[in-house]
Design a protein around this ligand. Structure first.
Ligand code: C2E
Ligand code: MG
Ligand code: MG
Length: 285
């Protein structure tokens, strides 16, 4: 039974669905239902300021609670959502939910932190995105500075990239923070990157995972940190799992860190508790 087996790509399909087309159609149908049933929800993973250990921001990560399959991870449903034109409605839901949640925390008197929302290439190609987000902000009453949009390099080289750059400029003018995610793993040229109004640079986990393995690897992550900082960007190291990595990142002057060492993705409820505690995270605590 699918539920007992946990969840992966394959269990989203019934075994009698032989063609890929049938399988995708099935997921698409279920996802449309999920949007109607409010079956999507968000987890929040903290990011810390390395110097203080305090939470400086968080990343919103979408999940799907499927009645048959249990918890479905984004890697299992977002590719289908993209292929079937559902990333628009899902992305919109995520944006609204993040802004609503942040403003709700704020109205409860909590000290909120900016929250990063992952944006797919398709969402960025929507020219109405800045107006749509401005509308969400004014409806929820949230200050634009608490919203960060993050995108991978591949989103920026996808076709019609000029539209994306114009869109990003408009978003930046609204006061929204723009971040490049998993920097160093994509195909954006530095020339193109120069056109993006960036605030934050998230270093891909692979550079963190091997940073202590050799002098070359150490030099590489140091160069990435300096690259971001020379451009006055906030530099966040992703996938930090060990104290040794964090210590070295601190020595190198990296601004922020995210990873299982500092905190796993949390339910909104658990994240509320964390936000309310105001205590340093991970090894500082
Ligand atoms: P991402 O943007 O790179 O998000 C970080 C992923 O790494 C998350 O996986 C998180 O659970 C995981 N992670 C965090 N710290 C560690 C660590 O120390 N070690 C390891 N091994 N993993 C860690 P998740 O939640 O499964 O999300 C996967 C991807 O799905 C995200 O990668 C992002 O690209 C995409 N995604 C998630 N939510 C959304 C969304 O709302 N919209 C869009 N368009 N994409 C989303
Ligand atoms: Mg991300
Ligand atoms: Mg990623």
């Amino acid at each position: 039974h699918a539920k007992e087996n946990g969840c992966n790509h394959y269990q989203l399909f019934r075994t009698d669905m032989v063609t890929q087309r049938e399988q995708r159609h099935h997921i698409e149908f279920q996802l449309r239902q999920a949007l109607k049933d409010n079956a999507l929800f968000l987890n929040f993973q903290p990011r810390i300021d390395i110097a203080t250990g305090l939470m400086c921001s968080a990343e919103a990560l979408v999940r799907w609670r499927n009645p048959l399959l249990g918890l479905v991870q984004p890697s299992a449903f977002l590719p289908v959502a993209e292929a079937r034109g559902l990333i628009g409605p899902i992305g919109h839901w995520v944006l609204v939910e993040v802004c609503r949640q942040l403003q709700a925390w704020r109205e409860e008197g909590m000290a909120i932190v900016p929250i990063a929302v992952n944006m797919s290439a398709m969402e960025l190609r929507d020219k109405s995105l800045p107006a749509r987000i401005a509308h969400i902000l004014s409806k929820t009453g949230l200050d634009a500075h608490f919203l960060e949009l993050e995108m991978t390099e591949s989103s920026l080289v996808y076709h019609e990239d000029d539209v994306s750059i114009a869109t990003l400029a408009a978003l930046s003018r609204l006061g929204i923070r723009i971040a490049i995610d998993d920097f160093g793993t994509g195909t954006t040229s530095l020339k193109r990157l120069k056109c993006v109004p960036l605030d934050t640079l998230n270093i891909a986990p692979c550079f963190v995972h091997d940073m202590l393995d050799s002098q070359e690897n150490a030099g590489f992550i140091e160069a990435l940190i300096h690259f971001g900082q020379n451009l006055s960007l906030r530099v966040i190291a992703k996938g930090v799992e060990t104290q040794a990595q964090l210590d070295r990142l601190a020595m190198l002057g990296c601004d922020g860190a995210q990873g299982f060492l500092l905190g796993k993705p949390l339910s909104a409820q658990d994240f509320t508790t964390l936000l309310g505690s105001g205590k340093p995270l991970g090894p500082h605590s």
